[in-house]
Design a protein around this ligand. Structure first.
Ligand SMILES: *Cc1c(COP(=O)(O)O)cnc(C)c1O
Length: 397
């Protein structure tokens, strides 16, 4: 079947909740993906950073296939031999005492919200149903009704109300606004250390550290959503490390499975996650042996292939090359590691379309930003190849 037929099927049978580029991918290998018409593309989106390890990484695939031949799902009514070792590895790698495994990123954020509220009532002593969580304008934390309820993006919320109360929106990067928003009922500040969907927005140097200190001083949990920025994407394990901050609670997902399967988790110490009692919270698939086996292999790849250093070095190189493009369309190039946004002064969609015709897949975010976030296994030569086409497209009238 040709691309056009697959596109027609999708348009007919899928709800139209996305506006994808019209490329129909049938396989992937490392940084490359292939469409049904035999074209090859360099993936510069990495499924929103879920495939930091590269598409269909052979070591992760091997672990997945081996586990599929044994057992895939037990539910947490019983124990399995993969979840414990997976969470031990995740906790040791990240330096937290406990983890709560879920599937999607939005579920991890929901779990963090629940954990923060429970901590607020049981430890901080907030009165029943009064807990407040401070969040930032431009945030993206997922698509559940509770989460979109505290989005500042009108389209994410439109016709989905009524929404969960208890969330306070403040401007991103504004430390005084954070101080002013804190009350006796504030249990947490939920923040992305870099706003990915918001357009690769990097707050001013020192903001994350200052925000963490304000939280500490006020007995407020600093909760980092590292679902997109974590696990090597920005050149460190977590993006908060750039400012020497260890969040009280972290949500991870996406690259936790290297793109093989939805695997997410919330990380914190016992004083927070230890508050959950049997029956408080759960998920049929969360912590399942297939996801756990995949997660173990996905974490191994990040360490063994030095993906954090790789992201740092090649990110600097890629960003440097982008900064030297003298295009009238470019307003700003910003990024950390291989997490780069090019802000344009015109809508970015047509550049994404043009790059696609040259064999590079990337997606506009927030209308004016082109995001370049290839798998962290990309090589310098592949960046050089990409840059010749990116220059062509950005310099064309
Ligand atoms: C992708 C993302 C989520 C949501 O993850 P899903 O797996 O799509 O539910 C939450 N927060 C951030 C920062 C993300 O990038």
């Amino acid at each position: 079947m040709s691309s056009q037929l697959f596109i027609e099927l999708e348009e007919t049978y899928s709800a139209h909740n996305y506006h994808p580029l019209d490329v129909v991918i049938e396989k992937g290998d490392g940084v490359w993906v292939y469409d049904v018409d035999g074209h090859k593309y360099l993936d510069c989106l990495s499924a929103y950073s879920a495939v930091n390890q590269g598409h269909c990484h052979p070591a992760i695939r091997e672990a997945a296939v081996a586990q599929m031949q044994k057992i895939t799902l037990t539910s947490r009514a019983f124990r399995n031999d993969q979840m414990g070792p997976f969470l031990k590895q995740l906790c040791e790698m990240t330096g937290y005492e406990m983890a709560l495994p879920m599937n999607t990123g939005a579920e991890a954020v929901e779990t963090a919200v629940k954990a923060a509220r429970k901590w607020g009532y049981q430890v901080k002593g907030v009165a029943d149903n009064q807990a407040e969580i401070i969040v930032c304008e431009g945030n993206f934390h997922g698509r559940t009704t509770t989460i979109v309820g505290f989005s500042s993006q009108e389209q994410y919320k439109q016709d989905f109300g009524p929404f969960t109360p208890g969330f306070i929106l403040i401007p991103y990067g504004d430390i005084d606004a954070l101080k002013a928003a804190i009350t006796a009922n504030t249990v947490a500040f939920l923040v992305e250390p870099i706003q990915g969907e918001g357009g690769v927005i990097i707050p001013q140097d020192g903001y994350i550290k200052a925000a963490y200190e304000v939280c500490q001083a006020n007995q407020v949990l600093f909760v980092a959503d590292e679902i997109q920025t974590g696990l090597g994407r920005t050149g460190t394990l977590f993006a908060t490390e750039h400012e020497g901050v260890r969040a009280d609670m972290v949500a991870v997902g996406k690259a936790l499975s290297g793109g093989f399967y939805p695997v997410s988790a919330v990380l914190a110490d016992k004083d927070i996650l230890g508050l959950f009692r049997p029956g408080d919270h759960g998920s049929t698939f969360g912590g399942n042996p297939l996801g756990a086996a995949i997660g173990r292999a996905a974490l191994d790849v990040i360490v063994e292939e030095n993906l954090m250093a790789q992201s740092r070095e090649l990110g600097d190189y890629f960003k440097g090359r982008l900064e030297r493009v003298e295009s009238d369309y470019i307003e700003e190039v910003r990024g950390r590691g291989l997490f780069i946004g090019v802000e344009l002064n015109v809508p970015a969609r047509r550049f994404a379309e043009a790059l696609r015709r040259q064999g590079i897949l990337c997606k506009e975010t927030h209308e004016f930003v082109l995001r370049f976030a290839p798998p962290l296994v990309i090589t310098k030569a592949e960046i050089d190849w990409a840059m010749t086409h990116i220059e062509d497209v950005l310099l064309a009238a």
